[in-house]
Design a binder for this molecule. Structure first.
Ligand SMILES: O=C(O)CCC(=O)C(=O)O
Length: 226
């Protein structure tokens, strides 16, 4: 099954319009130093706590290099696309990969073992999304036709900010600081009821602190829909 971005997402224009602001401008709950999740209220951060996780330094520099060594030759053959037909993602190229070399397979097994405990079979191919420095992903919810309850992604090459906004209550939001080499996991309500997006460089701020965006590659595992 193809899991590439255009098949996966459902854009949410209203949410996109309403949530185009920095967490700083919006107020909200400041994270404790070193924490990677900030939100519009302590209650929301607590209630989504089991459904959204960021594990910083999940992989080492050597493991990141192993992914790059495997992925760069494939990605380099593609051009970044800046004018996607449905305008949901800018400045990206992507691929999906079923078979990995032993080093990457071992890391992916670690991702699978922490993110997909009882969540049924996984989608075979792993989705790889390469965002140019000027690239960004607008608010969307991954299609329930192609993707199950859980999404887990490794971030390579750059820090970034992922924003989750409740689709029917845009004043409820979480910002995730996805540091380089971290793993994020989104499950259940966080995955179905909240849009997610990756902020563009000019808007990339976490709790009032600028998070410069470079080229970023994400390696994303998903489970199958039930
Ligand atoms: O790059 C990421 O980590 C997020 C990708 C994304 O939004 C998606 O594939 O639905």
């Amino acid at each position: 099954m193809k899991v590439l971005f255009s098949a996966l997402r459902r854009t949410c224009k209203a949410a996109g319009h309403l949530c185009r602001r920095s967490s700083h401008a919006c107020g909200g709950l400041l994270p404790l130093p070193g924490e990677a999740i900030a939100g519009s209220s302590p209650e929301l951060v607590r209630s989504l706590g089991s459904q959204v996780e960021v594990r910083t330094a999940f992989i080492t520099e050597e493991e990141e290099a192993a992914f790059l060594q495997e992925l760069e030759p494939v990605l380099k053959k593609k051009r970044y696309e800046f004018d996607h037909w449905d305008d949901a993602i800018h400045g990206y190229r992507e691929t999906e990969r079923l078979r990995w070399g032993p080093a990457c397979e071992e890391i992916l097994n670690r991702v699978r073992s922490v993110a997909f405990l009882d969540s049924g079979p996984l989608l075979g191919p792993v989705h790889v999304l390469d965002l140019d420095k000027a690239g960004y992903i607008k608010p969307h919810i991954d299609s329930v036709k192609f993707c199950g309850s859980t999404i887990a992604g490794l971030s390579l090459l750059s820090d970034s900010v992922m924003r989750l906004v409740k689709e029917d209550a845009p004043h409820e939001w979480l910002d995730l600081l996805l540091s380089r080499r971290s793993l994020y996991i989104m499950r259940d309500q966080a995955r179905y009821d909240f849009t997610h997006e990756i902020l563009r460089d000019e808007e990339s701020v976490f709790s009032g602190t600028r998070v410069p965006r470079q080229r970023r590659i994400s390696v994303i595992c998903r489970n199958r829909p039930v």
